[in-house]
Design a protein. Structure first.
Length: 472
């Protein structure tokens, strides 16, 4: 009981932070769709995709580095945190100076779809937001969950408030991007300052060499994952009208709610999964934790696939209604990606991340080839098929690697049942698309509740079996 209470004390602030940030993010969707026509929404989405990949490169997977070198604690943890964040500060300042001219140079790649001002502001935002990831990861490693919650809530509410103000005054996509950049700049100053008071900021060549050796495969793998998760938008932009791209982009935003059910668990678990597995009864405990992660994830998939399409028809402008039919299919991509995140502990345990790079790069190459071959002829369906294939290969590779290097008694029968339920949910979601929105929502709520209850009961049973099998 004491251990359960301690775990909930860690988990509740993370759950609250996810509920706040994701809940506020959902509010922004009616704001954006209510003030931006689909063509402008598509342009904003393309810029946001570029910002995401730039932010990934500039952050250099800071959260993973913090989890690996700081999360385990020890005498060097504070010096390592100071060196990692100090290096990111130097990198971000250099990038902010260079990105203004870089935006103008990149403009010819996208023709008239993206204007230079919007791209320049987005890249500046990426350089600043890269400074936020490291201090937030440091807070999680230090167990300061409440401060993490406060920081996440302040950022989410500030960005939403500025978005509402800029859109209501007619500043459009540029106002949205500029407001996000301003909030991220303030948050970066506050968070880096808070960490600097505790750990200081420094540059240490030895620590940075170790971090580079561990981090560059992660960064390369992350860039490969960009090709798998976001590159489809650029292929689609070349073959679809902006309105159709906006529908696909909106479906992608709403499908990310699938990860919401598992994200509090992920925030708590990812920072300690390596140490947990290496404990005396680590494989059994890890199997228990991953069982709950999978159960929560599949509950999210069931709920989104059934409930999101009728809600789109009820709550969003009619110009965005076609996005509802795409949401269940995009949700499968999100669920597969989250499954890979739960199954990949083995590739991070030995301190060398080249296995993760090899798996992610191979899957990205397959998906990239699929985008090039299928998107021109099949559009959104071709892009989704390529994404499913890439994530499916990743999941199979991570499971095979884990069976050899980090075996654990996971209930694979339950996981197979989850996959079967998901297939039935997709069929029900497609059949429900022909009903009136309120009728479809009522049926969806009942089916989602029943499916989620069945999956959670299965997870409870598997958890009890795993607990009984643990050594005394």
């Amino acid at each position: 009981m004491t251990r359960a209470r301690a775990t909930m004390g860690w988990l509740i602030p993370y759950a609250a932070s996810v509920a706040l940030t994701k809940g506020v993010a959902l509010i922004t969707i009616p704001l954006l769709t209510g003030h931006l026509p689909p063509a402008d929404f598509a342009r904003l989405e393309l810029v946001s995709t570029i910002v995401e990949i730039a932010g990934l490169g500039l952050s250099f997977c800071a959260a993973d580095l913090m989890h690996r070198f700081v999360g385990a604690g020890g005498a060097q943890a504070r010096a390592t945190a100071a060196a990692l964040t100090g290096a990111l500060v130097v990198l971000a300042l250099c990038a902010a100076l260079l990105f203004g001219g870089g935006a103008l140079a990149l403009r010819p790649m996208f023709g008239g779809v993206i204007d230079a001002d919007l791209l320049a502001v987005g890249l500046f935002a990426a350089s600043i937001s890269s400074l936020i990831e490291a201090p937030l990861a440091w807070l999680r490693c230090e167990g300061r969950a409440r401060l993490f919650l406060i920081a996440a809530a302040v950022r989410a509410f500030a960005q939403t408030s500025l978005m509402a103000a800029t859109l209501s005054h007619g500043h459009g996509a540029f106002g949205v991007m500029a407001g996000n950049a301003a909030v991220d700049a303030c948050m970066a100053i506050l968070l880096v300052g808070a960490q600097a008071r505790a750990t200081g900021l420094r540059l240490d060549a030895r620590i940075l060499r170790e971090a580079l050796a561990y981090g560059w495969p992660l960064l390369a793998g992350g860039l490969a994952m960009f090709a798998l998760g976001n590159c489809d938008r650029f292929f689609l932009a070349a073959h679809l009208p902006p309105e159709a791209l906006a529908h696909y982009a909106l479906a992608g935003k709403l499908a990310t709610i699938v990860a919401l059910a598992m994200q509090p668990f992920g925030l708590w678990w990812n920072a300690r999964r390596i140490a947990a597995y290496d404990a005396p009864d680590g494989p059994a405990r890890s199997a228990q934790a991953i069982t709950w992660g999978f159960a929560l994830l599949w509950c999210g998939l069931v709920g989104v696939a059934l409930c999101a399409p009728p809600l789109v028809s009820l709550l969003l402008p009619q110009a965005y209604a076609p996005a509802g039919a795409i949401i269940p299919l995009v949700a499968v991509s999100v669920a597969l990606n989250e499954c890979c995140a739960l199954a990949n502990v083995s590739v991070y345990r030995d301190g060398r991340t080249r296995a993760a790079l090899a798996i992610n790069a191979a899957a990205a190459c397959v998906a990239f080839a699929g985008y090039a071959a299928l998107t021109p002829a099949y559009g959104v369906a071709g892009a989704l098929a390529a994404t499913w294939l890439g994530h499916g290969l990743r999941l199979a590779a991570f499971l095979a690697h884990g069976a050899r290097h980090a075996p654990m008694p996971a209930p694979f029968g339950l996981f197979a049942a989850m996959a079967g339920v998901s297939a039935l949910v997709l069929i029900a979601a497609q059949q429900g698309a022909t009903r009136a929105p309120l009728e479809a929502l009522a049926h969806a709520g009942a089916l989602a509740g029943a499916a989620c209850l069945a999956l959670l009961l299965g997870a409870l049973r598997a958890d009890a079996r795993a607990y009984a099998a643990r050594p005394a």
